[in-house]
Design a protein around this ligand. Sequence first.
Ligand SMILES: NC(=O)c1ccc[n+]([C@@H]2O[C@H](COP(=O)([O-])OP(=O)(O)OC[C@H]3O[C@@H](n4cnc5c(N)ncnc54)[C@H](OP(=O)(O)O)[C@@H]3O)[C@@H](O)[C@H]2O)c1
Length: 274
Amino acid sequence: MLKETDLSGNLGTAIVTGASSGIGKLFADRLAARGYDVVLVARREDRLRAIAADLEGRFPVRAEVLVADLSDPAGVAAVSERITGDPSVSFLVNNAGYSTIKTLVETPDDVIANMIALNVTALTTLSKAALVRFTEKGAGTLINIGSGAGFAPFPGIGIPVYASTKAYVYLLTKYLQNEVEGTGVNVRLVLPGAVVSEGWDVAGGAELEPLPDAIVMTTEDCVDSVMAGLEQGEPVIAPSLADTSLLEAYDGASGTLLQSMFNAEPAARYGLRK
Ligand SMILES: NC(=O)c1ccc[n+]([C@@H]2O[C@H](COP(=O)([O-])OP(=O)(O)OC[C@H]3O[C@@H](n4cnc5c(N)ncnc54)[C@H](OP(=O)(O)O)[C@@H]3O)[C@@H](O)[C@H]2O)c1
């Protein structure tokens, strides 16, 4: 799938959100190394310019900087237009996202709104822009970055808003995989566990006990696993998950639960029918 090219043999352009650090920066690197031109999206222009210069110095590709605040509708619109206005765009990584380690009552209202705007609204709007473009062409790859944290509440760690945004990414991306079936477009869901990045400092994790080394993956291992998962055609790529039967069981159970949720008859335990 990473070898999709147009008629002249070009891979096209990959847009990576949150490319100024961490997982997104590595994605930009690995995609440029494979021959994609890249568009680097984030707020910190100085970092993006340095990364773009580095990529253009090491690989025979173009690296463009697109400064945008994706918690702001104007920033989302700028990236949407970049996607829909350029036929060479063939790959989108919806990676920008952040967390804060606080209970809901401790989380300021503007942080709640901002996090949902970035992790949910921007990701959804940009997914739509990419799928409009890709389904017209019958080709293209959309990657949405969810999180292992989106499956269940963490005992003792207050990330209710963040984890819930990632649960949203899980379900949305599953829907999108159904929507694109048979169109030639690829939609992939990436579920990192704990990965070394500045994201932990942004979340306030620097104030916590360090996580045990045994559960924290390097950014390189995470992104290189994702690139391998893409090559293997995995629809859901979970770099830290050794036993994929757990994901299959989860999918199976949630499908069964979905079917069981709709019934005109109240459940017998409520005692409404004598
Ligand atoms: N690290 C982990 O353990 C882990 C685990 C599971 C999932 N993830 C997910 O992986 C993704 C990348 O996180 P990371 O760990 O690599 O964190 P990171 O190093 O903090 O990177 C976050 C990126 O998002 C960008 N960003 C933040 N707010 C933005 C905004 N309003 N508009 C545009 N860009 C914005 C940041 O750039 P600027 O500040 O320059 O804008 C930065 O490039 C996130 O979606 C995160 O939830 C991470």
